[in-house]
Design a protein around this ligand. Structure first.
Ligand SMILES: Cc1cc2nc3c(=O)[nH]c(=O)nc-3n(C[C@H](O)[C@H](O)[C@H](O)COP(=O)(O)OP(=O)(O)OC[C@H]3O[C@@H](n4cnc5c(N)ncnc54)[C@H](O)[C@@H]3O)c2cc1C
Length: 469
């Protein structure tokens, strides 16, 4: 839809220095930074609550998180030079407010091999030395390579990680095992990953590790909302942007679904690159993402650790090689992320919980009739229970509550085309678009996950909103 500001028929007009589209992690962080710099900012969110891909909901008495398995980038209080420390400093938050609990340990579970890792890299090193003794030095070389790599270079061009790293880790099985959690937690490319993204994820997951805030994702969202409130920034919920307005080659504002117009010189869009290009009627330079997921959440009266299942996250794969691509079926149960939210150092959950995530095919889900959709969700649930049997054979409790969300749920609540959780395979690291004044934050700027998207919002606001003003 090509709507220039001059041509649009309007109800009301307001003016801000900056508009942020989307109240996910990156949008909230960007809005805080812009407001801290003294700008007038408004945040527009189509949904009725904040959080985006990392949100929450309630079913009866139960509070559920949507996205959160674990936060990456664990750091101890006072550690210097860590991404989480940078976020806290930039947003003026205190470490203690997050009430973080580190993971116990996690597992990469392949048919004939397993590798265990924790927030201490020595554990993974020791496991590799025992399971792949001839790769011990290769892994040390990989650690050195990662240490020297400048993954935050905004001009970085795509380099296929597996090809590059096969010169360092020469055992294909070990390389495939090491890449499995990194692909599942942050690659928008099928069966491959950008080298810079590999390094970001390697540091986030293996060198720093997993943690969980007490109370789940609500704790982080509430801190961000309180911060915005203290800066006088208003979030408008149930406010969908239907077009990004422009005059010649510069943004002028947005047209809302209500037909109201809000004017601004700069717009920070966290909704995705293709989604933003469509709203601004720009040539479509970003490819749609192909990776979506189904997730089933089970609640139990018992805790999995009572039956010996004490890992925090299990990256499960039952094929000789892990396949990270859109399946030809509704979902692919041959691999899964199995998350045990009770298995962090502090267990604040009132019930036992297991979350099972499978890679899914959006196109097939989108064609189902209502009845077939419900049946398909039941199939997902049965497959998820079968996966629990594989990874936690002694845990035989019957679920007291189950909920499943699909690619359709993700698309409906977050607006990501195709339910593509990691967005487009094309990332725009400097946050610029073809339209002056329109910037990307979050998923398609290229920093993923909770910590990544917070950092993205901060960096893009600093780069385009603050330092040049
Ligand atoms: C199942 C699942 C599990 C995950 N697990 C983890 C995990 O364990 N750890 C982790 O760190 N990360 C996890 N993630 C990833 C993480 O949630 C995301 O990478 C991150 O939250 C992305 O934030 P964002 O700000 O870039 O985008 P989003 O969260 O997508 O925010 C975009 C916002 O824009 C709004 N919007 C869209 N279109 C419009 C419009 N036209 N007008 C107004 N508003 C609009 C959306 O409603 C949304 O709120 C998971 C994600 C999923 C789905």
């Amino acid at each position: 839809m090509n709507i220039s500001h001059q041509n649009s028929s309007t109800n009301q007009e307001e003016h801000f220095d900056s508009i942020v589209i989307g109240a996910g992690m990156s949008g909230l962080a960007a809005a805080i930074r812009l407001a801290m710099a003294g700008q007038s900012v408004t945040v527009l969110e189509q949904h009725s609550i904040a959080g985006g891909l990392n949100s929450y909901y309630r079913r009866g008495k139960r509070k559920l998180d949507v996205g959160l398995h674990a936060m990456t980038n664990f750091m101890e209080q006072g550690q210097k030079g860590k991404p989480l420390g940078k976020i806290l400093k930039q947003l003026r938050l205190r470490y203690g407010q997050l009430k973080l609990s580190p993971q116990k340990s996690s597992l990469i579970h392949f048919p004939n091999q397993k590798l265990c890792f924790s927030n201490q890299i020595e554990k993974l090193q020791a496991d590799i030395a025992q399971t792949f003794p001839d790769q011990k030095e290769n892994f040390e070389q990989l650690l050195e390579f990662v240490d020297h790599f400048n993954e935050t270079d905004l001009n970085h061009q795509f380099i296929p990680a597996s090809q590059h790293l096969s010169q360092i880790i020469t055992d294909p099985l070990l390389l495939n095992m090491l890449m499995t959690p990194l692909l599942l937690y942050g690659s928008a490319n099928q069966d491959e990953m950008d080298l810079a993204q590999f390094v970001i994820m390697f540091k986030s997951i293996y060198l720093e590790g997993f943690m969980r805030p007490e109370g789940g994702v609500r704790t982080i969202i509430q801190l961000l909302l309180d911060r915005l409130d203290s800066l006088g920034v208003k979030i408008r919920y149930r406010t969908k942007v239907q077009a990004i307005l422009k005059s010649e080659e510069h943004v002028t504002g947005v047209l809302l679904q209500s037909e109201d117009v809000i004017l601004a010189n700069k717009i920070y869009s966290s909704i995705g690159s293709l989604e933003s290009e469509q709203l601004a009627d720009l040539p479509l330079r970003s490819r749609p993402g192909a990776l979506s997921f189904v997730e089933t959440i089970f609640h139990f009266e018992q805790r999995p650790s009572d039956s010996g299942a004490d890992q925090t996250i299990i990256f499960y794969n039952d094929r000789p090689k892990f396949q990270y691509h859109c399946p030809a079926t509704l979902f692919d149960p041959s691999s899964a992320v199995v998350c045990f939210p009770n298995n962090f150092e502090q267990d604040d959950g009132p019930e036992g919980v297991i979350r099972i995530t499978f890679i899914a095919n959006y196109q097939l889900w989108s064609k189902l009739s209502k009845n077939d959709y419900l049946n398909a969700k039941e199939q997902v649930k049965m497959a998820a229970l079968a996966t629990i049997k594989q990874v936690a054979p002694n845990f035989s409790a019957t679920p007291i509550f189950t909920d499943t969300f699909t690619p359709m749920t993700i698309e409906r609540y977050t607006g990501h085309i195709g339910g593509a959780v990691y967005g487009s395979p094309d990332k725009w690291r400097d946050g610029t678009t073809e339209l002056a004044g329109l910037f990307l934050t979050g998923t398609d700027q290229g920093f993923l996950g909770i910590v990544g998207s917070l950092l993205s919002g901060i960096s893009i606001a600093n780069l385009h909103g603050i330092s040049r003003d």
